[in-house]
Design a protein around this ligand. Structure first.
Ligand code: F42
Length: 320
């Protein structure tokens, strides 16, 4: 199992860089930086990480094809590959409606849009010209093939990821989600005549680890509340959760009643939408994801009550 870690660039960048250096030290192989227009810029954050680290791979986890053209994204990730001496990796997903509504960008045909964006980015990174005549000149990726991952959850997006990407990052923390996702990804891999062994299935989880189980679980509750509220009925049903619990939690969040939302998060919801607890509680959960075909465990927010301590504890899980 490879291990990755996610950071949201909405806080002091020096702190994020220090945390990525600590993650590198304890054995993490990937640092994924989220990309939302209202946070600090993902590529400036990645550039700082590239200059301050030696071995960890890094990339957007995940950008989207609507806010930047494929040529701008190709130039940006090739620059990170140069700065990091060949450690860049590129995560791209369809983004979400709320973002594009706020930006006044029409969100159309996400599957086709991602397919054509990835095709152009691969063309440009290979040093070739796109159909419209775009070509990179003053920047060149170090890696022969810079790996491209897709953020995906929907069935078509998952199949597309298997078909055209080198890996997938799925926002899900429970083996049941991977039991449902793997056949779709495999269908795409088979369609493209690729080898499953070459494909990286990333579990982009809501992680909360600590020496005190209760405290670790409590730290995860608000994140779980947002995930549960955004989950469709099919996912609520998959995890055997009470029908309508997503709406109930969403209603609390909608009126800013975070205490009420957190009060609704029980162990079943924690188990469905996060990996939370002590290192000893973590190891069987990570093993359970591996049994379902997950090949990269990505520790996503909140990581833990004390992030530095949690990164070190995750180092114990990596070493186990
Ligand atoms: C579009 C959507 O795809 P989805 O994979 O479910 O999208 C949910 C998320 O993956 C998406 O919002 C991501 O961008 C969210 N996301 C992030 N989004 C961000 O904006 N920033 C981030 O940093 C970020 C990180 C992230 C990490 C992991 C991850 O899994 C997702 C992440 C969907 O509805 N897909 C369906 C329908 C697809 C569809 O629209 N089909 C149409 C059009 C077909 C066509 O396009 O040609 C049709 O069938 O007619 C499907 O896959 O079946």
């Amino acid at each position: 199992m490879k291990f990755g870690i996610e950071f949201v660039p909405n806080e002091d960048l020096d702190k994020i860089v220090e945390r990525v250096k600590l993650a590198e030290e304890v054995g993490f192989e990937y640092a994924w930086i989220t990309d939302h227009y209202n946070n600090k810029n993902v590529y400036e954050t990645l550039a700082l990480i590239a200059k301050e680290t030696e071995t960890i791979k890094m990339g957007p986890g995940v950008t989207n094809p609507y806010v930047r053209s494929p040529a701008i994204s190709a130039s940006a990730i090739a620059t990170i590959d140069e700065l990091s001496d060949g450690r860049a990796t590129f995560g791209i997903g369809p983004g979400d409606k709320a973002t594009f509504d706020a930006l006044g960008i029409p969100w159309e045909k996400p599957v086709s849009t991602i397919k054509s964006a990835i095709a152009d980015i691969n063309t440009l990174l290979a040093g070739d010209k796109t159909e419209t005549g775009a070509a990179l000149g003053g920047v060149k990726a170090v890696q022969e093939h810079l790996p491209i991952y897709m953020g995906a959850q929907g069935p078509k997006m998952l199949e597309t990821a298997g078909e055209i990407a080198d890996g997938v990052l799925i926002n899900a923390s429970n083996p049941k989600d991977y039991e449902a996702a793997l056949p779709l990804i495999k269908k795409g891999i088979d369609n493209a005549g690729k080898n499953v062994a070459d494909f990286d299935v990333g579990a982009y989880t809501a992680t909360s680890i600590g020496t005190d189980s209760e405290k670790a679980k409590n730290a995860a509750k608000i994140v779980v509340a947002f995930i549960a509220a955004g989950s469709p009925p099919m996912v609520i049903d998959r995890h055997g959760l009470p029908e309508g619990i997503n709406e109930k939690i969403g209603a609390c969040l909608g009126k800013g009643d975070f205490g009420g939302a957190i009060g609704l998060i029980d162990d079943d919801l924690l188990h469905a939408f996060s990996v939370a607890g002590t290192p000893d509680e973590f190891i069987p959960k990570v093993e359970g994801l591996a049994e379902m075909g997950v090949t990269q465990y990505v520790a996503g927010s909140p990581i833990g009550k004390d992030v530095e301590e949690s990164i070190k504890l995750l180092g114990e899980v990596i070493a186990s």
